[in-house]
Design a protein around this ligand. Sequence first.
Ligand code: KIV
Length: 250
Amino acid sequence: MAYPTSQSLRDRLQAPVSSITAYDYPVARLCDEAGIQLILVGDSLGMMVAGMEDTTGVTLEHMIYHTEIVRRGVQSAVLVSDLPIDTYRTPEEAVTSAKRLMKAGADAVKLEGGFGQLEKVKALRDEGIAFCAHLGMLPQRVKEEGGYKKKGKEEVEADQLVSAAIALEEAGAFAMVLESMVASVATRITDAVSIPTLGIGAGSGCDGQIRVLHDVIGAYPWFVPPFAKVYGNVAEVIRKSVADYIEEIK
Ligand code: KIV
């Protein structure tokens, strides 16, 4: 099966790159019609859609279902799907899992991590499957790391992040998410690689930004990350509309 090439996906991303998560058809369609350049079916759906504590309970079946329904709403944006935890433990497993997401409609897959993932991303590249890298704070490691910790504060760690970014580009990544990282380190990475960097909690020195949809539209009022800027109040619209409806039928 011929998949979109890394180069063709990269060519569709023009700085400043706008990207956002989406998990279902209507929202994906609205984001696409609004002109967003890249839509991520993120494993953040574990929290935002399924009410889980973190992303570690998300399965490949969840991601396949949400990729299928998002695909129906996306005409123009690049559609990337997350490989969830424990679905890319070996290069062979990464390829098998990624093929299922591509069959569900993804243009590319994303996986978290740096040097430890190089053999897996090379295996994806060899199969012609485009991939987006993800460096910095890695939500799938929240349990091992005992929480969400900003990365790149120490010089050694900052240097490792820059080297990993270069290695991931060399291995064929078409774009790279930089999550919760010291802004100057994200800027260093952006300068060091030629693929687009998409920051979230990583300052304004990236080629573009990526956001979790529910943060942007104000649809998940129970937790908003400190770096998130909320542009709407969908939670209030739902509360009020449903309250008005209940009132009217009384
Ligand atoms: O799953 C997700 O929503 C993500 C974004 C935070 C980039 O990976």
